[in-house]
Design a protein around this ligand. Structure first.
Ligand SMILES: Nc1ncnc2c1ncn2[C@@H]1O[C@H](COP(=O)(O)OP(=O)(O)OP(=O)(O)O)[C@@H](O)[C@H]1O
Length: 336
């Protein structure tokens, strides 16, 4: 695939015309369109998600959260799962973490099937209460290292000191979480995750509960940590802006149940691109890929609203909105 690649997801027959229009859209974007039906899974990939459907079963019904999603993540990728609320992003992340088994398909890490959680995959959540409140910052960071017996006590202490320093909290190593701001708690969670030196760092909307300025700062800090450590990141967000800033590759999921709609390379964008014409144009096109009738004029109030929200000064990220006009009916609907 070329440097600027868009990989469209598989479409069933009723949606072929939609696919054709999306291909036009991709060409307008000057992006190459890959063959959608080529299954994900090149041998070089660190993580392979292959045809993964995930169902929640309750007594009354079955809720399909994702439908046959496939993608590859390579070492050092900053891979973003982008989609509207309820499209199954968190579910997919939990499945990669090993908390939820797929109903069909499989997830391979380094060629081995993921069947349970492990220290090679660490999750940073959105919630500020992910840190045990009775432990100091230092003990919080050391805890998973010791509990997983990944390293001995001295190595755990050294790693904790290193990563606490990297997130700028050395002076707070001996305080408890309730003495920290929301942003500081998230920094501790990031230090704790990085100290584990996982094969894949999973982040589920880690900055969504922060104010706009702190969120921007945290995005900046995450990117500079990545510059230094080059970890492999899978990052969930429903903000187009955040996806473009944080990711080098973006998987766009359709509304519930989530299917891979397209994959976009976004390595050319960073915090400095915010507000630029290219950035805004790509954000608008991603929005169209997510929600709008392909090739159709912008739905009043949606794309336009995003364009406005992307102007400098509106720094809270661009929340995706429920489409006013949904993309064609999906050919499967177990239950919603
Ligand atoms: N424990 C559960 N039991 C039943 N259904 C669930 C459960 N958890 C999630 N779901 C359903 O699965 C679908 C996907 O949910 P999920 O939280 O993965 O979406 P999401 O894209 O992460 O949404 P958000 O951005 O709002 O967090 C939704 O329809 C949701 O209602």
């Amino acid at each position: 695939m070329s440097e600027h690649t868009i990989r469209l997801g598989p479409f069933s027959p009723p949606l072929q015309s939609e696919r054709a229009a999306l291909e036009d859209e991709a060409q307008a974007l000057d992006l190459a369109v890959a063959n959608a039906d080529v299954p994900a899974g090149s041998s070089a990939a660190l993580l392979q998600v292959q045809g993964v459907s995930i169902d929640y079963r309750t007594r009354e019904r079955v809720v399909r959260a994702t439908h046959r999603v496939g993608f590859d993540v390579h070492a050092g990728d900053r891979f973003v799962l982008l989609g509207a609320s309820g499209c199954g992003k968190s579910t997919l992340l939990k499945s990669i973490a090993g908390f939820i088994a797929p109903s069909e398909g499989q997830i391979l890490l380094d060629g081995r099937a993921v069947t349970r959680p492990g220290p090679d995959r660490v999750v940073v959540f959105q919630e500020f209460d992910q840190l045990p409140p009775w432990k100091t910052v230092r003990d919080n960071v050391m805890f998973p290292l010791l509990a997983s017996r990944s390293v001995g006590r001295q190595e755990a202490a050294d790693r904790a000191a290193l990563y606490i320093d990297k997130v700028g909290l050395s002076k707070f190593a001996d305080v408890h979480p309730h003495q920290l701001s929301g942003g500081m708690k998230q920094r501790v969670a990031i230090a704790r995750a990085l100290a584990m030196q996982p094969q894949v760092l999973l982040m589920d909307e880690p900055f969504a509960a922060l104010d706009a300025l702190t969120r921007r700062r945290m995005q900046e800090e995450l990117l500079s940590l990545w510059d230094e450590f080059r970890f492999t990141l899978i990052f969930v967000t429903h903000s187009i802006e955040e996806a473009l800033v944080v990711g080098n590759r973006i998987a766009i999921l359709s509304p519930h149940p989530g299917r891979l709609r397209a994959e976009v390379n976004s390595h050319q964008f960073g915090l400095n691109s915010l507000g630029g014409a290219d950035f805004q144009a790509t954000a608008q096109r991603i929005h169209r890929l997510l929600f709008d009738e392909p090739g159709a004029a912008a739905v009043p109030g949606s794309v336009q609203a995003d364009a406005e929200a992307l102007t400098p000064g509106r720094q809270g990220g661009v929340p995706l909105v429920t489409p006013k006009r949904p993309v064609g009916a999906l050919p499967f609907q177990i239950s919603v």
